[in-house]
Design a binder for this molecule. Structure first.
Ligand code: MTE
Ligand code: MO
Length: 320
């Protein structure tokens, strides 16, 4: 029998980035500067690295709207994962590639105040603090399944802003066909930044049809309170019919584009990770099986569901 030394989802050496690129911060920032020619707000996000001090008032205000009212249209077929279990097993490679260590390493992260930038093909670019965004657009609670491409799964109560509502607020031009999202870029608050074989910041994208699907949520909370940093505070995407890698954490920038943007894992390992990355038990290009999944905490093994059980809401997006 073949014994694997690396976990199958780890990055094959053939697609790893040369050390010179990720070890040298100045090179990294220069690299981002080049990207910023076509996407100006990335540069703004990267330069905005020095957090201003938050007043006690703003620190408190983010917890005021919790717990939010639950939207009962979204139901589960399994028990909720225990909060403490979900909070201690996280994929947040900017902190560590050891999922069990992430929650111990997020202490440096400053998540309030937190400005986001909304630009690209919009009527007018917007800069807004997440607390103001919450006050403006409102939040609700939803129970969702979550499925990682590594085959672990969980079921959790997210709180957040329906992404469709955010897209309407952003007023994209009719030429916008995709929504690109970029994570925070603060190496000094991210112990894994130079310690992993990844080139950050993390970036993701959805088609406008996906972004305006009723399931897409911009999560600001979990288990009835604001997100703890390990879950991607203060604002992260949740698209439960896709593998978890699409649900980008700690977003600072949103851009509407005409062309399909590249995505972090598709760039790193295109043979395994498509742009769409929809949960599918039968069709997965990587060298491990997606037929079953294992629930965090209970270790219960369940059959993987097409679109993670959300076919009714999303299958029409992908029929040709
Ligand atoms: N910025 C960023 N976002 C990210 C990741 C990451 O490493 N960095 N990991 C993704 C993956 S692979 C998964 S499974 C989920 C995990 O979310 P959780 O830790 O809140 O369960 O976050 C996604 N979002
Ligand atoms: Mo994942």
């Amino acid at each position: 029998m073949l014994i694997r030394t690396a976990k199958p989802w780890q990055l094959p050496d053939s697609v790893a980035t040369p050390e010179s690129v990720y070890l040298d911060r100045r090179n990294l920032l220069k690299g981002l500067g080049v990207a910023a020619i076509s996407l100006p707000s990335i540069a703004a996000a990267v330069e905005d690295e020095v957090p201003s001090k938050s007043s006690p008032d703003t620190a408190l205000s983010s917890s005021a709207p919790y717990p939010a009212r639950r939207n009962d249209r979204f139901t589960l077929d399994r028990p909720l994962t225990e909060e403490a279990i979900a909070a201690r097993f996280n994929v947040f490679d900017e902190m560590s590639v050891d999922h069990s260590k992430v929650h111990e390493l997020v202490g440096q992260m400053v998540t309030s105040p937190w400005k986001i930038h909304v630009g690209g093909l919009v009527e007018r670019p917007i800069e807004i603090d997440v607390d103001d965004l919450i006050r403006t657009l409102g939040i609700e609670e939803r129970l969702y399944r979550h499925r990682c491409v590594e085959t672990w799964a969980m079921a959790v109560p997210w709180t957040g802003i329906p992404l469709r509502r955010f897209v309407e607020y952003a007023k994209p031009r009719s030429s916008a066909r995709f929504l690109r999202m970029i994570s925070f870029a603060r190496p000094e608050q991210s112990p894994g930044w130079y310690a992993t074989r990844r080139v950050f910041p993390y970036y993701e994208a959805l088609s406008i049809e996906e972004a305006t699907n009723e399931l897409a949520l911009l999560a600001t909370g979990i288990y009835g309170h604001p997100l703890p940093p390990q879950h991607g505070a203060p604002l992260r995407l949740v698209v439960p019919w896709k593998y978890g890698l699409k649900s980008i954490k700690s977003i600072v920038s949103f851009q509407f584009t005409r062309n399909r943007p590249s995505t972090f894992w598709n760039d790193l390992s295109p043979d395994y990770y498509s742009f769409e990355c929809n949960v599918d038990p039968e069709n997965f290009p990587g060298p491990w099986s997606q037929v079953e999944e294992r629930m965090l905490g209970t270790d219960e093994v369940r059959p993987t569901l097409l679109y993670n059980g959300y076919a009714e809401q999303v299958a029409h997006l992908y029929s040709r």
